[in-house]
Write a protein that binds this ligand. Structure first.
Ligand code: NOJ
Ligand code: CA
Length: 715
């Protein structure tokens, strides 16, 4: 491995450090395996840890400070002396249980510096890993005689940008990520901030006018793409980034808990990784696997029970207002153990009733879906959010009109497995107390996966969705679920940081603005063009695509309510562009029945991949991805565009040479337009080979989806 001490280049960069921090005490450089990225670590004359990052000889992160401040021990931001630097290299290829590709290379050079504050003999180490596509660093506190508990006041990790980059951002918030993305120069974030705050969310705690969330993607004026995020967020609070507009420097901003503390750690321990992905093209941001690579290998020994799946659900009915989760309108409030549901009048709109469940099971089974989510099956929904209430749900008692045993038997007879739903309403203590009972109930009734949710302010009161305690709660639920062989898809939980490598039963998270907002306030056409470059960097999203009733027509919708801002074939494309090992066909059976020809793509598309190729990519503008299914020879391609109509042109040279395939192309019709004609689509079949080139027109906020099957495989 190439580790250079004080090379000429280092010295030159050191001059910058010298200008800023007066003197260099020690300098270490580690370069990526291909030599393109160089990370330099220094101590300034007053013992402040600093670093910078260069790509092909030009800085991408200017000299930036490192360190932490505490309430109970001396700050670890300066006064350090250099003890030693260890370097090493690592190269392995590992096999994810599920993913965008069947093998992932984890190849980096590392620098591990040990620093000491002579005044108190505290030791802090900083570990850097430099990959070809980015770098990560974390703080390490080894076991030591004079340092034990540390109460974090502030993490001072900086990311000093080299210019006024274009940022694709959502506001920093301690409780939600369900925002629209804004695209603007770093210097304009403050100006745009107020406009993006208009969020009708049950729990939102925005931080400050220049604080943004990770994963944050940026584009420099030289056309370089950067992404800042974190990996392995475990036993620590979630990091946001606050911009100093004068210096264009981001500083990490942790999430406080109910006591105002940013975190509590005890040596020996490590912090999560802070990551920077660097790429000359936007596709490189999508292809980077450093977030997964910086997580620990899988800790679940037998993973044979963890399988990707597609699912339908009794869900969009409630989201779009056609039906309700609640069983009755008689009670303004309900209380577990007191409310007698047999003494009230059913409201007639409760969607999770036995007959409706059977209707969904019939449709799912007829169309080859093996999983069905049923929300609103359990008592408590009359009064589930808005008040401080500890025991919102018990997770085991069905409503009187939902005959669980009958529905389960019917599902089994139709080869359909039910997905459990646990809305916690943010009452995490209630959920933890009942977790074993709830998971055992699932096992006893043949459920293997759960969608959980955290709508509303957190209990313990004053705690935040992204604080250390809540992050520990989510992981507790996932690890305990593994004991019961249960897969978890958690909504409103903290955004993923690659933990699914270690616990692959974490098959999904929402943690962003999903399809549900198409029925609430609407999603902009560029939303799904931004998510893959931002939120999805940490892990898959349960975006729940596949809405065909783009006008959201039901008797309860008020005139002027938002409707879906895409064409129909863009909805199909999302099954490829929005990676997830679980994919929902979110619309109602009756809406799919009207477009069974287009529905065929959702039935066919795979959910687990051998390889993924990012053919065309530009954040917030366009994206085309081709993926080959795992364990088969079929390819699926999805292409989407934002506000602008465009042509997608690409070669199929990735197909096997000499093989003939049948391509089924689902594309926008000639008159398609997301505002005026979203349901105009065309389906064409053609023979293609590795020599074929495609040219497909996409409408405004349109898209296309293609399935490509070797002719020999066709029945
Ligand atoms: C918000 C989730 O995102 C949504 O999918 C779910 O239906 C509701 N909470 C109710 O749990
Ligand atoms: Ca949500």
């Amino acid at each position: 491995m190439k580790t250079v001490r004080l090379s000429l280049r280092t010295l030159l960069i050191g001059v910058i450090g010298f200008l800023t921090y007066t003197n260099l005490f020690a300098s270490n450089v580690v370069v990526s395996p291909n030599g393109n990225l160089a990370l330099e670590f220094n101590l300034s004359s007053d013992g402040m840890p600093i670093y910078n990052l260069s790509f092909k000889g030009s800085e991408v992160v200017k000299t930036s400070k490192l360190g932490l401040r505490f309430t109970n021990v001396d700050d670890m931001t300066s006064g350090f002396t250099f003890v030693k630097a260890d370097t090493s290299s690592f190269d392995e290829t590992w096999t994810p249980v599920w993913g965008e590709e069947s093998e992932i290379r984890n190849h980096y050079n590392s620098l591990f510096v040990t620093l000491k504050q002579p005044a108190n003999e505290h030791i802090m180490q900083i570990e850097f890993r430099v990959f070809d596509d980015g770098m990560g660093f974390r703080y390490v506190f080894p076991e030591q005689p004079k340092l034990d508990y540390m109460y974090i006041k502030e993490e001072c990790s900086e990311f000093a940008m080299t210019g006024d980059h274009i940022a694709y951002w959502i506001p920093g918030d301690y409780d939600t990520q369900e925002y629209e993305y804004t695209v603007c120069l770093l210097s304009k974030i403050r100006e745009k901030y107020e406009a993006v705050l208009e969020l009708d969310n049950a729990s939102t705690t925005p931080i400050s006018p220049t604080c943004v969330q990770t994963a944050l993607t940026m584009k420099t004026s030289e056309g370089l793409y950067l992404n800042i995020h974190e990996a392995a967020l475990i036993d620590y609070s979630c990091m946001h980034l606050t911009l100093d507009e004068k210096t264009l420097t981001f500083t990490s901003t942790l999430t406080p808990d109910g006591t105002g503390m940013m975190g509590y750690i005890q040596a020996p321990c490590v912090t999560p990784w802070r990551t920077v992905i660097v790429s000359e093209n936007a596709a490189g941001i999508l292809a980077s696997r450093i977030t997964l690579n910086l997580n620990e290998p899988c800790k679940i020994e037998d993973t044979s029970w963890i399988k990707p799946f597609k699912y339908m659900g009794i869900w969009w009915e409630m989201i779009s207002g056609k039906g309700t989760w609640a069983y009755t309108n008689d009670y303004p409030s309900v209380k577990l153990g007191y409310t007698d549901y047999n003494k009230c009048t059913p409201n007639g709109t409760h969607s999770a009733n036995t007959a409706n469940a059977k209707r969904y099971i019939d449709f799912a089974s007829e169309h080859g879906f093996h999983h069905l989510l049923i929300e609103g099956w359990n008592i408590g929904w009359e009064d589930w959010v808005g008040d401080w209430k500890e025991d919102v749900f018990d997770f085991v008692t069905p409503y009187p009109d939902f005959d669980l045993e009958e529905v389960l038997a019917y599902a089994k007879a139709h080869d359909v497995e039910l997905i459990m739903h646990h809305e916690t309403s943010g009452s995490t203590r209630n959920y933890e107390r009942r977790l074993d009972t709830a998971y055992q109930f699932m096992v006893d009734h043949g459920y293997h996966s759960v969608k959980s949710g955290y709508v509303g302010p957190m209990i313990p009161r004053g705690f935040h969705h992204y604080d250390q305690w809540c992050n520990n709660h989510y992981l507790y639920c996932v690890t305990k679920a593994a004991d019961y062989k249960i897969c978890v898809n958690a909504h409103e939980a903290t955004r993923p940081t690659g933990i699914c490598r270690t616990y692959p039963n974490l098959v999904g998270n929402e943690s962003a603005r999903g399809t549900e907002y198409e029925a609430f306030q609407g999603n902009s056409p560029h939303h799904t063009l931004t998510l893959p470059f931002t939120r999805l960097i940490g892990g898959p999203m349960d975006y729940t695509p596949g809405i065909f009733d783009l006008y959201i027509q039901n008797e309860n919708r008020k005139p002027g309510s938002p409707r879906v801002s895409t064409t129909l074939t863009k909805q199909l494309a999302l099954y490829v562009t929005m990676y997830s090992p679980i994919q929902m066909a979110a619309d109602l059976p009756e809406n799919y029945a009207k477009h069974l020809d287009a529905f065929q793509f959702i039935k066919d598309v795979a959910v687990d991949w051998q390889k993924s190729l990012y053919l065309e990519a530009e954040p917030a503008e366009y994206l085309t991805i081709a993926r080959k299914e795992k364990g088969g020879e079929r390819w699926f391609i999805g292409g989407i565009t934002a506000e602008n109509a465009r042509h997608s042109r690409f070669a199929l040279d990735f197909l096997d040479k000499g093989v003939k395939y049948e391509a089924t192309i689902y594309r926008d019709g000639d008159k398609a337009d997301y505002e005026t004609n979203p349901l105009d689509y065309k389906i064409e079949k053609k023979i293609v080979t590795s020599k074929s080139k495609l040219d497909i027109a996409l409408a405004r906020s349109g898209g296309f989806a293609i399935s490509i099957v070797p002719i020999a495989d066709k029945k």
